[in-house]
Design a protein around this ligand. Structure first.
Ligand SMILES: O=C(O)CCC(=O)C(=O)O
Ligand SMILES: [Fe+2]
Length: 274
């Protein structure tokens, strides 16, 4: 487990059915199914039963805490459903910069006008301007997120397709998130986040304070009219962070039975890369 994960509370539960509403799991499985049915890059027809989540990961973030860019890994079915509670947080989506093994372009965006660079060269240029890149598994990660999604309290977010399989996601280590629309970002708002924390434990996201603003891709889906009003009027909205709890439902595809838990307890263990 990477050091950064010590920053917030993480708990993983398996064998969900005894205590989680089966109805909730059915609903998440069927929403994921609808999403996947529209996806061209995940056309396989797996029976709904086989797509049901069997693991729940609970993360608790205090204000200022985040999670470094990462992939959830091949051990899971490539669809993940996240319910957000408490405070909102922006999830940043990153692309690899490798010439030989680039991230394929996203096949779907939440809005037609979201600023998704169409080639790695464009991302590389933006990266040069921001002045830093990070590496993962020997592959450089774009310093500027490809897109960002505001995870509003009480929202459900589903990530699948190439976004799951070949991109990274992370949450910046900030006290607040600046939300902008794509038009406001084009008009030169240059802040993406505020008060990045650089303490011993901090794993700052690869964005720097001088990075170009990344518009929020899911603005039309947000339920809080104040946010949209503020962005329309001021060009941006600062969402202060408090404690956020995320419930991440996943399906572990590869399981190891027994042996790893305390006292050799039998169970499911995620093998996701960190
Ligand atoms: O808290 C979230 O929304 C994301 C968490 C995450 O990406 C993870 O735990 O792998
Ligand atoms: Fe993740």
């Amino acid at each position: 487990m990477a050091a950064g994960l010590r920053l917030h509370e993480r708990r993983t539960y398996s064998h969900l059915t005894p205590w989680t509403s089966p109805n909730l799991i059915e609903r998440i499985a069927s929403i994921t199914d609808v999403f996947r049915a529209q996806s061209t890059d995940l056309a396989e027809t797996t029976p709904l039963q086989d797509r049901k989540p069997n693991q729940l990961l609970i993360n608790e973030y205090s204000a200022g805490q985040g999670i470094a860019p990462h992939e959830d890994g091949a051990a899971y079915h490539p669809a993940v459903a996240t319910i957000s509670l408490g405070s909102g947080q922006c999830l940043d989506l990153y692309q690899y910069l490798s010439e030989t093994d680039p991230s394929p372009p996203l096949t779907h965006t939440m809005r037609d006008d979201v600023n998704v660079p169409s080639t790695n060269t464009e991302v590389a240029t933006a990266t040069g301007a921001a002045g830093e890149t990070k590496q993962r598994n020997g592959k450089a990660i774009a310093a500027v997120p490809l897109a960002r999604v505001f995870l509003e309290p009480r929202s459900l977010f589903i990530m699948t397709g190439s976004l799951y399989q070949s991109h990274l996601h992370g949450i910046s280590f900030s006290d607040s998130d600046i939300l902008t629309s794509s038009s406001a970002a084009r008009n030169g708002d240059t802040s993406t986040s505020s008060s990045q924390q650089d303490g011993d434990d901090a794993q700052p996201s690869p964005t720097s304070l001088s990075a170009p603003a990344v518009p929020v891709a899911n603005l039309p889906l947000l339920g809080d009219p104040e946010i949209l009003k503020a962005i329309e009027k001021e060009g941006s909205y600062r969402s202060e962070r408090g404690t956020r709890v995320s419930l991440t439902f996943r399906k572990v595809e590869r399981v190891m039975k027994g042996g790893l838990g305390a006292g050799g307890v039998k169970g499911l263990f995620g093998l996701g890369k960190r």
